[in-house]
Design a protein around this ligand. Structure first.
Ligand SMILES: Cc1cc2nc3c(=O)[nH]c(=O)nc-3n(C[C@H](O)[C@H](O)[C@H](O)COP(=O)(O)OP(=O)(O)OC[C@H]3O[C@@H](n4cnc5c(N)ncnc54)[C@H](O)[C@@H]3O)c2cc1C
Length: 456
């Protein structure tokens, strides 16, 4: 079996690794000069490699930890206790233990109790299907109450969804609460986050080496123009004028990008794929000479601040691994057609700095070594109320053509853990093998499998 895989992000490389581990010959085609996609590295002017977007591995990411052990890179994993806070009415409030939680000023005693109950309740929900038809607003109002919703949840949801979240099901917040809680261990409920030294690039490199050792090939700077389809079957892929033949083709990009590659697929299927929408992102990275907050995540519950949060990855990455720099990401998630995606870098920079000064009056701009702005149009698939029928399956109507994409990961959140796990399940489908109990899907593959909250 020889398989052509399009896309060299976590999905494509993991898929290549799992397929070649089971004897398939794979060739991976990646448009850009480096592997990694959204999780890829960025080389600063001083030569230091850092993550283009922030990427944490959680201590509960069992699939990734096992994979790292299997690849012989587990000794490159580093975890640290991290802190989370809220920016509310001009002040930072730490939210890391029961005492801080009980002191949290925007909420009264009953509200705090109900907020705690919401987090706890989410851990006991096993059948996410029951949340699929309930709006996130209705669910949170019922569990947390009006005041908590208005003070905490609404601003956070507005920031995440760039405005409207009316059609968002409760599964969204449920997955988040379960994942957040999964990092907190023991009686202290301390949170641990981590990374691989060198970022996800280290994982990519280790998998790429195994793929090549098994006879597979990885082609960088090789954008694929089309999946060649004849008489309802995928025959290969087209790169420029050249056609390469494969017995199976797997596409790992987002649904709208996939659609552009298959002009000869049935029109109905193309229309179906175009119904999946995505959040995008505008994400400035500030490379500083000193820490900014010391918090891994600062949630912002102030709607006048344009960015969604302040993410300081050097709260868990020792700066010695990133050239002695301190890395602060200031993401703004964007809805389809958002005005933020149209703004120039200069405009973004001016607005972001103005708001940073507002949040941190002592912030010294001389601490900025680099200010870099990255954008992506398709980052997180948007799942709307009662729309699981819009989740495309791994199998497509075209014979020998498969799709392994983040939109299939639901209700789990999309991250290295769930993407690589999904790739291992998609590899089984491509190989036509029946799933062994050990590979029982923990995330939804197409429309068939139940979710297991432990994997979120
Ligand atoms: C801001 C942000 C924060 C995140 N935080 C975390 C986190 O803390 N922890 C975590 O684990 N995950 C995190 N993630 C999620 C993680 O990055 C993604 O889920 C994962 O990288 C998706 O991988 P993928 O392979 O599915 O897609 P992609 O990374 O998008 O890969 C698709 C690849 O296909 C290539 N491609 C596109 N078109 C073509 C073509 N025509 N021919 C050939 N190649 C093509 C692209 O160049 C790309 O490399 C974050 C993501 C973002 C954006």
């Amino acid at each position: 079996m020889n398989v052509g895989i399009i896309g060299g992000g976590i999905m494509g490389i993991s898929l290549g690794y799992f397929l070649s581990r089971q004897g398939a010959k794979v060739e991976i085609f990646e448009a850009s000069p480096v592997l990694g996609g959204l999780a890829g590295p960025l080389i600063l002017e001083d030569g230091t490699a850092v993550d283009r977007f922030y990427h944490a591995i959680l201590s509960s990411d069992s699939h990734l930890r096992e994979l790292a052990t299997e690849l012989g890179i587990a000794d490159q994993l580093r975890f640290r206790e991290t802190r989370m806070g809220f920016y509310y009415q001009g002040k930072i409030h730490s939210m890391n233990n029961v005492v801080e939680f009980l002191r949290f000023p925007p909420l009264g005693w009953i509200d705090r109790f109900r907020l705690g109950l919401t987090v706890l309740y989410a851990q006991f929900v096993r059948d996410w299907h029951s949340l699929e038809s309930v709006s996130v607003e209705k669910w949170l109002l019922r569990l947390s109450g009006r005041r908590t919703f208005e003070n905490i949840w609404r601003p956070m949801l507005r920031a995440k969804f760039d405005g409207g979240f009316e059609n968002t099901p409760a599964t969204y917040i449920w997955s988040r609460l379960v994942r957040m809680k999964s990092t907190r261990g023991g009686a202290s409920q301390k949170e641990e986050s981590g990374h691989l030294i060198g970022g996800y690039a280290t994982l990519m490199k280790a998998m790429a080496e195994k793929i090549e050792a098994a006879g597979g090939k990885i082609h960088l700077r090789t954008p694929v123009q089309e999946v060649v389809i004849e008489q309802g079957r995928a025959r290969g892929i087209r790169i420029g004028q050249e056609v390469r033949q494969f017995s199976s083709v797997v596409v790992t990009m987002q649904a709208p990008v996939f659609r552009r590659l298959i002009p000869s697929a049935p029109q109905e299927y193309q229309d179906y794929l175009s119904k999946t929408e995505y959040l995008g992102i505008v994400c400035p990275l500030l490379v500083l000479d000193r820490p900014l907050t010391g918090y891994w995540t600062l949630n912002i519950t102030d709607e006048s601040i344009p960015f969604t949060g302040v993410i300081e990855t050097t709260a868990y990455i020792d700066p010695k691994y990133v050239g002695g720099h301190h890395l602060v990401y200031l993401p703004k998630y964007t809805a389809p057609g958002s005005r933020w995606q149209q703004m120039s870098d200069d405009e973004i920079r001016a607005i972001w700095l103005e708001n940073l000064r507002k949040m941190f009056p002592d912030f010294d701009e001389r601490s900025i070594r680099y200010f870099l702005i990255h954008r992506e149009r398709y980052v997180e698939p948007l799942h709307l109320l009662n729309s699981t029928d819009l989740i495309p399956s791994v199998e497509t109507p075209v014979e020998n053509l498969y799709l392994a994409t983040t939109a299939q990961i639901y209700p789990a959140l999309t991250n290295g853990e769930s993407v690589s796990r999904h790739a291992s399940q998609a590899a089984q489908i491509v190989l036509g093998a029946s799933l062994s109990p050990a590979l029982e899907p923990a995330v939804t593959v197409g429309r068939v499998a139940p979710a297991n909250s432990a994997a979120l």
